[in-house]
Design a protein around this ligand. Structure first.
Ligand SMILES: Cc1cc2nc3c(=O)[nH]c(=O)nc-3n(C[C@H](O)[C@H](O)[C@H](O)COP(=O)(O)O)c2cc1C
Length: 195
């Protein structure tokens, strides 16, 4: 069982990373192998809409996304963690997601499934979102984006495990939110325990 956590926040040791680390600790407590990918320290271009992937099923850009593709293909469980920037994902997270258009093309243009070895575990996706405000609709647009992202990478979103934390703005403020820390650990553990 391999669980990867993709950090979309550009602020290291901020609220989102603290929660992601808790979720990965929860997954590890259930026996999973875990890995964290820090997008802000990777060189990832946006999708350039060349549509080469409609013919090849792979991305022709060639940057740090190559490593992330490998990790995505090996992972049984995928956690995306991002703060809300202007009511949506950070540019770092959105760039990586857009670059998964090659997996969308594999499935919907080339009619091949997501590349997984025979007998692999079912793939599930989880989201950790943070935001400074408390708006009810704060995560709505992102949850919709992630529904289609997880579909493109052959994973089922497990919305009951999403960790959505409103009202955290200062760096590290979430450390004082025991409910959020507990919920992140618990969701990560449950994610790794799913059959
Ligand atoms: C460019 C930018 C845009 C933001 N937009 C929003 C927003 O639309 N809604 C919101 O609730 N918080 C917004 N925030 C606040 C962050 O979501 C909040 O500070 C979050 O806790 C940051 O997480 P981090 O510590 O992991 O980076 C924004 C912050 C920045 C820097």
């Amino acid at each position: 069982m391999k669980v990867i956590g993709i950090l979309g926040s550009p602020r290291r040791d901020g609220n989102t990373e603290i929660l992601l680390d808790r979720a990965l600790a929860g997954a590890a407590s259930a026996g999973a192998e875990t890995e964290k990918i820090v997008l802000s320290e990777s060189d990832i271009s946006g999708c350039i809409e060349c549509n080469d992937c409609y013919e090849t099923g792979t991305c022709s850009i060639g940057d740090d996304m190559d490593h992330i593709y490998e990790e995505l293909e090996r992972a049984d469980r995928i956690i995306i963690a991002s703060p809300m920037f202007f009511m949506g994902l950070t540019s770092q997270a959105k760039a990586a997601i857009d670059r998964c258009q090659c997996y969308w093309a594999l499935q919907y243009v080339l009619k091949e499934g997501f590349p997984r070895p025979e007998g692999s575990l079912p793939r599930y996706g989880m989201f950790i979102g943070t935001g400074g405000t408390k708006g009810l609709k704060l995560f709505d647009g992102t949850i919709l984006t992630l529904k289609y992202f997880f579909d493109a990478i052959g994973a089922t979103p497990r919305e009951e495990l999403y960790v959505l934390v409103r009202g955290v703005d200062d760096k590290g403020e979430v450390k004082s939110r025991d409910d959020a820390l507990h919920s992140a650990f618990d969701s990560g553990k449950k994610l790794a325990e799913l059959n």
